[in-house]
Design a protein around this ligand. Sequence first.
Ligand SMILES: C[S@@+](CC[C@H](N)C(=O)[O-])C[C@H]1O[C@@H](n2cnc3c(N)ncnc32)[C@H](O)[C@@H]1O
Length: 423
Amino acid sequence: MLRNRSGYKGSQSQKANDRDHDHASYLPTTNRHSAKIVRKESKYLLVCLFLISFSIVMYFQRNLSKEKGFVTVLNIPSNEKAHEITNNVKKFSDNQSWPGHAIEDVGYPLVRKGTNFVNDMREILFTPDSKGKTLMDEFIQIYKNRPDKVNMCGIRFNHALALFVAVKQLKPRLVIESGVNAGQSTYFLRHAKKDMEIIAIDPLDEPICGTKKRWIDDSGQTKYYTGDKFVDIAEFDWIGMAKNSSITPSRTLVFLDDHQEVLQRFPSLMKAGIRHVIVEDNYKRGEGATQSDRDGQTPKQLFAFRRKKDNGTLNDANWLYANLVSYAEFPALIPPIMSKKYEGTRKEAGGFMFHDDKNTDIVPPILRSDVNSDDLEKYKQIATKLGYDPELKDEESYMQFMNYNQICYMDLLPMAWRLVDMW
Ligand SMILES: C[S@@+](CC[C@H](N)C(=O)[O-])C[C@H]1O[C@@H](n2cnc3c(N)ncnc32)[C@H](O)[C@@H]1O
C-alpha cells in the first residue's frame, strides 16, 4: 500500500496496517509477524507491571495508614514507659481515642501501678446476672433512696459508685471511714454490704455544709467515733487489734474522706497489715477544697511532682509508689464533654470536671457517651431514672455527674511482721 505523506485516506485498519508497515516494512514476513506478537506481549507486560506496582503501592499505603491510624486512635505516647490503660482504653472507649494514658512510674500527671478491680468497672457494673439485673441497676435504686439528695460537702454519683463497687468487690469485714459529715458515705457503705462492721470517724457531732441531720446507721454494726468520742484514724491501735484478732487487716477497707494529709495515715495502717485504701480527696495539682488538699500531698499530686522543682516530693512519691501493690484512679461515669450545655463556670476549688478539660490527666470514663451511641443511651437512662437532665444544663444535674476528684484505690504493701515491732 502506498502511503500518502500528507495524510491517511484509507480505513482505520488500513491506517493501523500502515503504521505497522511504517516500522516493519523492512522485515521479512515471518519476522514481521513475531514483531507484532512481541509488541502485543509487551503491552500485556506493561499492563501487568502497572497492576503489580499499583497493588504494591496500595498495600503499603493501606498498612502505613493502618499503622498511622492505630497510633492516632490509641495515641500511644512515644515514651517507652507509657502505657495506655490497656484494659480501660480497649474496653471503655470502643477504640476511640482518649488523651489520658497512665504511666507506670512517678512524675506524670496520670499514674497507675499494677492492675486491680478498678480496671474492670464497666464489666462489673453492666454485666447482667441470671435474672438480667446489673450492679448498676442495684446502685441506681440505692442512689435514688439516699438520705441527702444534695450532699453539699460529700460524695455524689461518681464517688458513691466507686465506693459501692469497691465494697462489692473487696467484700470487707470492716470499713474504717474517716470523714463522715452527713453520713451519706456511711449510707452507701452499709447498703453495699449488710454484714460488715463500720468504724465511722469524725471530730464533729453535727454535719457541716447545710445538712441538718447526720444519717445514722442503726444496724448495730457501725461504731461512731464522732464528737467527744473522736479519735484520729492514725491514733487507733490497729496493730493491737490485728494482733488480738479483733480486726482482720486483709479484709479491712479504709475510706479516707477527711481532707487530711494522706501519707501520715499510712504508717499505722501498714504496720497493722491493712492494705485496702480509698482516697476520696485525690485532688489534682493546684486544686483542693482546703489548704491541706492543695499542699501537694494527695496521691495524685505526689505522683505528679515536677522533676526539677519538687525535689522534696520525689522521695515521698517514690516511697509511696514503691510501697504499693497497685494504684488506680476510678473512672467517672461519663466524660467532661457531656456537660457542654452547662452554663456555669469552672469551680475554682476543683473537684469538678469541666467540658473543655483536656483529659490528659484522667482515666477514660466508664461510658464513652461522647462517641458511642449505646453508651449514650445507657447514660441517658441512668440520668433520667435519677431525675436529672442528661444534658446537665442545671447546676444540680451538673454537680451530680461532673463531681469527680480522681478518687483512687490503693493496695498497700503490708509491712513484714518482724519489722512491725521494731519500727
Ligand atoms: C467531705 S466531709 C465528708 C463527707 C462524707 N464522707 C460524705 O461523702 O458524705 C469531710 C469531713 O471530714 C471531717 N474531718 C475533719 N478532720 C478529720 C479527721 N482528722 N478525721 C476524721 N474526719 C475529719 C470533717 O468534720 C467533715 O465532716
